[in-house]
Design a protein around this ligand. Structure first.
Ligand SMILES: [Zn+2]
Ligand SMILES: [Zn+2]
Length: 349
């Protein structure tokens, strides 16, 4: 399999991000991201100006973050901009599907700020941000969920008095996916396949006292990335490669990693059953000899979950375990006690 790490959910100066496409691509190349997904609020101006392209060895994919007041929805693989329907999250999901696109619920349990706060000081510090949670849990037909998002993981703990330390060392305050997002993801998958991705919501804007750019593009692009696994190498033909990347995200042949802890490239999760190997996103028939395999690029804690429940954990670099029950299997890995890797699921039936 060929593996590519992508920085997903990036705002440019075409909405409320601070950088041009050129700046963003340069940052991605320096961070070692193979592909990026730009998702400005309610517009695809960059796509209108230039089609998807390889630029400086980075594949640039342009989607849209459909952004009503609540229920932001990340859309990829759409041709025409979708104006946000303020009343109906379902209408936005359906609009993406009608264009053959793939859509992800954005920052579903967004919260901000630990107490205490001081409004005037927060404004001075640049902490007066509005949050945009997902508030309609009855929707159907979405393809995936942003299970782990860097900016909301970071900002949810920031308050007036710890802002400077958060700005100087943002990575120290990343605590992992919101447990409610993981629970929602596991629950929906009991009914149908829904893919989990890791994203950034990169704006490269927060400043503390006008001095620090707390989360620059370059910094963020080296943190939470979604690694896709493809059966063949990308070709250099941007349109063809964009289709491959999007198909992989739709299928769930991908995993989430905080690569700033350690590069997670090489992570492996398979189930072998009935003489065949099954990968993330696959449906796997259960035979007597079924075994689950995990390989980490560095020793860490390997946790195996079935239908959202932890069934086994162990320190090490690999493991092989027989399985005898159907269910949705996924892997979490921790490095030095910190959240590191979240696989997509293999569906044993
Ligand atoms: Zn948003
Ligand atoms: Zn966003």
């Amino acid at each position: 399999m060929f593996e590519y790490a992508g920085a997903i959910h990036i705002h440019s100066h075409c909405s409320d991000g601070s950088g041009s496409l050129k700046t963003i691509v340069k940052a991605a190349r320096r961070a070692g991201a193979h592909f990026i997904v730009i998702s400005d609020h309610n517009n695809m101006k960059i796509k209108r100006e230039r089609r998807s392209a390889w630029s400086d060895d980075v594949l640039v994919i342009v989607g849209e973050e459909i952004s009503p007041r609540y229920n932001h929805y990340l859309a990829l693989g759409i041709q025409d901009e979708i104006p946000p329907n303020q009343e109906s999250a379902q209408a936005n999901i359906d609009a993406v599907a009608s264009q053959g696109g793939v859509g992800f619920i954005s920052h579903p349990f967004a919260t901000h700020k630990a107490q205490p706060t001081c409004k005037r000081l927060d404004k001075l510090l640049g902490l007066d941000v509005t949050v945009y949670p997902w508030d309609d849990l009855d929707v159907e037909g979405f393809d995936g969920i942003e299970v782990w998002q860097y900016m909301y993981d970071w900002v949810k703990h920031v308050n007036t008095f710890n802002a400077v330390t958060h700005a100087i060392a943002p990575g120290r305050f990343i605590t992992g996916p919101d447990h409610r997002a993981l629970a929602m993801w596991d629950a929906v998958n009991l009914k149908r396949k829904v893919v989990g991705i890791g994203t950034l919501d990169a704006h490269a804007k927060p400043r503390v006292l006008g001095m620090f750019k707390a989360c620059s593009y370059r910094y963020l692009f080296s943190t939470i990335r979604t690694h896709i696994l493809l059966p063949k190498e990308l070709t250099g033909d941007a349109e063809e490669d964009e289709a491959e990347v999007i198909a992989s995200l739709r299928y769930g042949s991908c995993f989430i990693a905080n690569d700033s802890l350690a590069d997670a490239s090489g992570f492996g999760f398979q189930i072998r059953s009935g003489g065949f190997r099954y990968q993330m996103g696959d449906e796997c028939p259960l035979y007597n000899n079924a075994e689950l395999f995990v390989v980490l690029p560095r020793d860490g804690e390997i946790r195996i979950l079935c239908n959202g429940l932890l069934i086994f954990s162990r320190e090490g670099g690999s493991l092989c375990m027989p399985i005898s029950h159907a269910g949705n299997y996924r892997i979490e890995a921790r490095l030095n006690g910190r959240p590191w890797i979240y696989s997509n699921m293999i569906y044993v039936v």
